[in-house]
Design a protein around this ligand. Structure first.
Ligand SMILES: Cc1cc2nc3c(=O)[nH]c(=O)nc-3n(C[C@H](O)[C@H](O)[C@H](O)COP(=O)(O)O)c2cc1C
Length: 412
């Protein structure tokens, strides 16, 4: 299912940035800001991207390399390339096919997706709609019974690895979301409703399919009352909007803000498969996760710059964490990966693989599953081309000797 260019599309979407521009045109402001904005001044959000650009890749010539190999393993599974889909909550806001489309596209590309706790399809629905085993991301609820219940369901549905997200003790200050009305509950003023109405295709699918809300939160939402949907569209989007509000409120209410290492140790006891801590930026934390708790590894991540602004970018945090635990644990990275050369750089610095968040949501927003597939194909071909141009036989050969210091000359 290839994406067919529409007449009104500004240019063929050949890069992640081109897909981003298309997605911006298709989504209402409220959703766009949820998807694309970061915390406060976007310092970390921007450095996630610009941090990669400070690195220079070594180029060897006359190596005879023609078809570099991208195959590797991630979280114990063989994958066709070292890139998977990061968990994103409420992906149905981008396109009603949400998690199912993204997960299907990932398996067609020979890789895997991490399903969010805040997914718009349940972990069983996604497992039923796909063929491979995928991975599950856990937002710890304040109630261990609920956490245990979700872990058991993930196990029963065939998910093979668990990613516990630990960087949301409270929600980051995403001013862009608040300005656009993406508050808990949504603040829908007449201009915002008009803006939604100006994206009739999106609005129709949102009303008809009602995949706007985190279903695992909705399951616990019985006691939560939907509150404000002001203005003329209240009756029209009644239902879909109420679900989203209940889900968001429930998520905020049930998130465990005083999460502690002992809670992680309890999860470690409960989940026997590979366990990764997502949202680690400090080598001491990475060492605790691996040496004290017994996790298989960590995801170096700042939640895509959506939590603490002015914390380290992911790529800047990566080397010290690899130096600390890389000899005995797997280190993954997400945040700011927009090019195949970004993936290559992260692997040179010791990451086993990377995950993308926003890039596949852009594809999803524009063209559902075909859009996610197109994004994955851009990364696959970018990586293969970069390795061929570097004269590197495959991702397994990448290490720090493939980075050159553009200032002092020579290798790292
Ligand atoms: C719209 C959106 C929703 C997200 N939802 C979740 C989530 O439910 N769970 C989670 O662990 N991380 C979530 N994240 C963070 C991503 O998993 C990932 O860390 C981040 O998107 C990577 O940065 P990138 O968007 O620059 O690729 C979300 C990110 C975005 C953009």
């Amino acid at each position: 299912m290839a994406y067919k260019l529409k007449l009104k599309d500004p240019a063929p979407p050949v890069s992640v940035e081109a897909w981003r521009k298309l997605a911006r045109r298709r989504l209402p402001d409220l959703v766009w800001n949820y998807l694309d904005c970061g915390a406060e001044d976007h310092v970390t959000l921007e450095e996630n991207v610009s941090g990669f650009r400070r690195w220079r890749l070594r180029q060897r010539v006359l190596t005879g390399v023609t078809n570099p190999s991208l195959a590797t393993t991630m979280a114990g599974e063989a994958v066709a390339m070292p890139l998977g889909l990061a968990p994103t909550g409420a992906s149905g806001l981008s396109h009603w096919t949400g998690d199912i489309a993204a997960t299907r596209a990932s398996e067609k590309a020979g890789t895997r997706a991490v399903l969010s706790t805040a997914s718009v399809y349940s972990l069983e629905e996604v497992a039923d709609a796909t063929e491979q085993n995928h991975w599950f991301q856990l937002y710890p609820f304040s109630n261990r019974e609920k956490v245990g219940g979700l872990i058991d369901r993930a196990k029963a549905a065939g998910y093979t690895a668990l990613f516990v997200t630990v960087d949301v003790p409270v929600l980051g200050n995403r001013e862009g979301e608040r300005i656009a009305g993406m508050t808990h509950p949504w603040t829908l003023t007449p201009p915002r409703l008009l803006n939604m109405a100006s994206r009739p295709r999106w609005l129709y699918a949102a009303m008809r399919r009602r995949r706007l809300a985190g279903v695992h939160y909705l399951e616990h939402a019985a006691e939560v009352k939907a509150q404000t949907l002001a203005g003329g569209l209240r009756r029209v989007i009644h239902g879909a909007g109420d679900d989203a509000i209940a889900s968001a409120e429930n998520q905020a209410r049930h998130m465990q803000s005083d999460l502690h290492w002992d809670d992680l140790a309890w999860m470690r006891d409960h989940w026997k498969g590979p366990l990764y801590v997502k949202g680690v930026l400090d080598p001491d934390d990475a060492a605790q996760a691996v040496d004290r708790i017994g996790c298989e590894g960590v995801v170096v991540s700042n939640h895509g710059g959506r939590q603490l602004d002015r914390t380290l970018s992911s790529i800047d945090a990566l080397p010290a964490i690899v130096d600390r635990i890389g000899d005995r644990a797997e280190v993954y990275l997400d945040g700011g990966v927009r090019r195949g050369t970004d993936v290559v750089t992260a692997l040179c610095l010791g990451a086993r693989g990377v995950f993308i968040g926003r890039p596949y949501l852009y594809g999803l927003a524009v063209a559902g599953e075909a859009g996610v597939s197109a994004i994955l194909e851009i990364f696959r071909s970018d990586m293969a081309r970069a390795l061929a141009l570097m004269g590197c036989p495959g991702v397994a050969a990448l290490d720090r000797s493939w980075l050159v210091n553009s200032h002092g000359g020579g290798q790292f």
